[in-house]
Design a protein around this ligand. Structure first.
Ligand SMILES: *[C@@H]1O[C@H](CO)[C@@H](O)[C@H](O)[C@H]1NC(C)=O
Ligand SMILES: *[C@@H]1O[C@H](CO)[C@@H](O)[C@H](O)[C@H]1NC(C)=O
Ligand SMILES: *[C@@H]1O[C@H](CO)[C@@H](O)[C@H](O)[C@H]1NC(C)=O
Ligand SMILES: [Zn+2]
Length: 521
C-alpha cells in the first residue's frame, strides 16, 4: 500500500521497477532515473534530491521483500540493500568513491537547488536588464550525448527482456529535466516569468574536461560527421556527436564504449551565466541640414574624415537610453556628404543590439526624439517609433520603383535667359542610361542602369545660374545627369542645353516611401 502512494507521487509504474534498479546500480542520479522512466511531470524533478532518493529506494525494495515493513525514513539501510543487489561484475567494477552521476555528470545533482538558482539570478541581476519574462537556455558538454546513448543501450536490454516498448525519444532530455528542476526558482529570484519564448535569453552552460575524450572514438566510426568549423574550438560539437550517434550500430558502440558509462571523479563546472536581449528596432525619418555631414562615419584608409555622421547623431541618445551594446543603421537610400535632405525626410531604421531596457511609452519616445533634435542643428528626426524587425523590410520594398524629388543649383557656361529654360518643363519620362559613376566605381560594379527622369522644372536665377527641380526614379545619379560624367550618362543636361553645366548644390526634397507611418504631434 505504501508503494501505491509512491507510484502516484513519482508516477512510476510496475514496469519501471527493473529499469529503476538497473539505473541505481549503475550509479545514476535519481533525476536521471526519472528521465529514463520517461516521467514527464515537471514537478517530480523540482522535489528535493533526498526526497526523490528516499522514494525510489522504497519503490525498489518493496518488490525485493514485499513482506518487509518498509519505512522510508531509513535510507542508509535501504541503500546498502540495493547496492548488495548489484551483483554483475561490470557494475561492481564501475564503482568509485565519487557520487557523481555517470550520465548527467552532476548537472541534475549539484545544479538543481536554490543555491545554483541564486547564483544564476545574481549574475543576471548584475547586468541590470529590465524584463518581465525570460527564456532559459542550457548548453551541455557534447559527451553527455555519448553517455546518454550508453545508458540508453544499458536499459534497452532490460526493457526488451520485459518486452516493453520504450523509444529513445521518450526519454526526458537532461536539458528539460534541468529546466523543470531549476527554472521556477530562477524566475522567482528575478521576479520574472520563465517562458518557452522570450526576447530575454538567459544562458547557462556546463563543461566537463575530465570526460572530453568520450567523443573521440566517434571520429573513427563516422569521419564525415566531424568537419572543422569556424569559431568552434573543437570539432566535437553537440550536433556532430548526435549525428554520429544516429549512424553507429549498437554493437559497434558497445565495442568502443562501456555500457553503462563509467563514473567520473568530478562533476561538471558551470560556465558564467550570460544574457542576451533580442534587438529592438526604431524607425523614423530624418532631415539633414548640413553639406558637411556624411550619413555614416566617413573613413578613408583607416583615417576618419569629418566629425560626426547622421547615424551617430541619431543613435547616441538611443544607445544610452536603451542601454544597448551597439547599433545597425539602415535607410531608404542615402545622400552624399554635401547633399541636404529636406521636406519630410528620409526613412531610416536603427537596430539596437542587446538592449538592456526595451520598453518605452509614446511620451518617452517623443522625449528621445526631442533630445535628438536638440543635440544638433545638422539633423532632425520625426515619426520616431519602435517597430518590428519584419516591418523594417517595408522600407526597402519596391525602393527602385519609388520616386524622389530633388532641387539642384545649376551653373551654365553659356549665358542664359529665362526663356532658354522653358523646354525643360515639357520633358516627361526621359529615359537615361547611366554607367556606374566614376566617383563610386571603387565600391560598385561597373554596369549600365536605365533610369527615368519623370519631370523637371526650372527657376531662372541669373545669366549663369538656375534652380532645377527634378522628379526621378529612385537610384538616379543626379550629379551625373547634370554634368554627364564624361559622357557616361546619356542623355545629360549638357546635351539637352547644348552647353557645359555643373551642379553646385543639391537637396533631396522628398523620398516617396510612406513608411514608417506618420505620428501626429
Ligand atoms: C546589420 O544589418 C544587416 C542587414 O540587415 C545584417 O546583415 C547584419 O548582420 C546586421 N549586423 C548586426 C551586427 O546585427
Ligand atoms: C510613460 O512613462 C513615464 C515613466 O517613464 C510615466 O511617467 C508616464 O506617465 C507614461 N506615459 C504614458 C502615456 O503612459
Ligand atoms: C523634431 O524635429 C522635427 C523636424 O523639424 C519635428 O517635426 C518634430 O516635431 C521635432 N520633434 C520633437 C519632439 O522635437
Ligand atoms: Zn544524472
Amino acid at each position: 500500500m505504501l508503494y501505491v502512494i509512491l507510484l502516484s507521487m513519482l508516477s512510476l509504474k510496475e514496469k519501471d521497477r527493473p529499469v529503476v534498479r538497473k539505473l541505481l546500480c549503475a550509479g545514476c542520479c535519481v533525476r536521471c532515473v526519472l528521465r529514463f522512466c520517461c516521467v514527464g511531470i515537471s514537478s517530480a524533478y523540482r522535489r528535493s534530491y533526498q526526497d526523490i532518493h528516499k522514494e525510489l529506494l522504497a519503490f525498489v525494495i518493496e518488490e525485493n521483500s514485499p513482506s518487509d515493513d518498509v519505512k522510508t525514513d531509513e535510507p542508509p539501510n535501504k541503500r546498502i540493500r540495493v547496492e548488495e543487489d548489484c551483483v554483475t561484475p561490470a557494475e561492481t567494477e564501475t564503482e568509485t568513491d565519487s557520487d557523481i552521476c555517470p550520465v548527467c555528470l552532476g548537472v541534475l545533482q549539484d545544479f538543481c537547488d536554490s543555491t545554483f538558482a541564486k547564483q544564476v539570478s545574481d549574475a543576471v541581476k548584475k547586468q541590470q536588464y529590465e524584463f518581465d519574462s525570460l527564456v532559459l537556455t542550457v548548453s551541455l558538454p557534447a559527451q553527455l550525448s555519448v553517455r546518454e546513448h550508453s545508458c540508453w543501450l544499458h536499459v534497452k536490454k532490460e526493457v526488451r527482456e520485459k518486452s516493453m516498448c520504450l523509444g529513445k525519444d521518450d526519454v526526458i532530455q537532461v536539458k528539460d529535466a534541468f529546466k523543470w528542476a531549476v527554472q521556477g526558482k530562477i524566475g522567482q529570484e528575478l521576479g520574472a516569468a520563465v517562458l518557452a519564448n522570450s526576447p530575454c535569453e538567459v544562458s547557462v552552460g556546463f563543461v566537463h574536461p575530465e570526460t572530453e575524450e568520450d567523443c573521440h572514438f566517434l571520429a573513427n566510426t563516422c569521419p564525415g560527421c566531424f568537419k572543422p568549423t569556424k569559431n568552434k574550438a573543437s570539432i566535437f560539437t553537440r550536433m556532430a556527436v548526435v549525428k554520429a550517434l544516429e549512424k553507429i550500430s549498437d554493437e559497434k558502440f558497445s565495442k568502443h564504449y562501456p555500457c553503462p558509462p563509467k563514473k567520473p571523479n568530478t562533476g561538471c563546472t558551470a560556465l558564467d551565466t550570460t544574457c542576451l536581449h533580442t534587438s529592438v528596432f526604431i524607425a523614423g525619418r530624418y532631415n539633414k541640414f548640413s553639406r558637411e555631414l556624411p550619413q555614416t562615419p566617413w573613413v578613408i584608409d583607416g583615417e576618419r574624415r569629418m566629425d560626426g555622421s547622421v547615424e551617430e547623431l541619431i543613435a547616441a541618445p538611443l544607445l544610452s537610453s536603451f542601454r544597448a551594446d551597439g547599433f545597425n543603421f539602415s535607410s531608404s537610400g542615402r545622400e552624399d556628404v554635401d547633399v541636404r535632405t529636406l521636406g519630410n525626410g528620409r526613412p531610416f531604421a536603427l537596430e539596437l543590439l542587446n538592449p538592456h531596457r526595451s520598453k518605452f511609452n509614446r511620451t518617452e519616445i517623443k522625449q528621445l526624439q526631442e533630445t535628438i533634435n536638440q543635440s544638433s542643428d545638422k539633423i532632425s528626426v520625426r515619426y520616431l517609433q519602435i517597430v518590428t524587425r519584419e516591418a523594417t523590410s517595408r522600407m526597402k520594398e519596391g525602393e527602385e520603383e519609388k520616386t524622389k524629388t530633388y532641387s539642384a543649383l545649376i551653373w551654365t557656361q553659356k549665358a542664359i535667359e529665362d526663356t532658354d529654360l522653358e523646354f525643360l518643363g515639357n520633358i516627361k519620362d526621359l529615359k537615361i542610361a547611366q554607367k556606374t559613376p566614376l566617383r563610386v566605381l571603387h565600391r560598385r560594379p561597373l554596369a549600365v542602369r536605365q533610369r527615368l527622369i519623370h519631370s523637371m522644372s526650372a527657376v531662372y536665377l541669373d545669366t549663369h545660374h538656375f534652380t532645377l527641380k527634378l522628379c526621378t526614379q529612385a537610384g538616379t545619379y543626379i550629379k551625373e545627369f547634370v554634368h554627364g560624367d564624361f559622357g557616361r550618362t546619356k542623355p545629360n543636361l549638357c546635351d539637352l542645353m547644348k552647353t557645359e553645366a555643373d551642379i553646385l548644390e543639391l537637396d533631396v526634397e522628398s523620398v516617396d516611401i510612406d513608411w514608417p507611418p506618420a505620428i501626429p504631434d
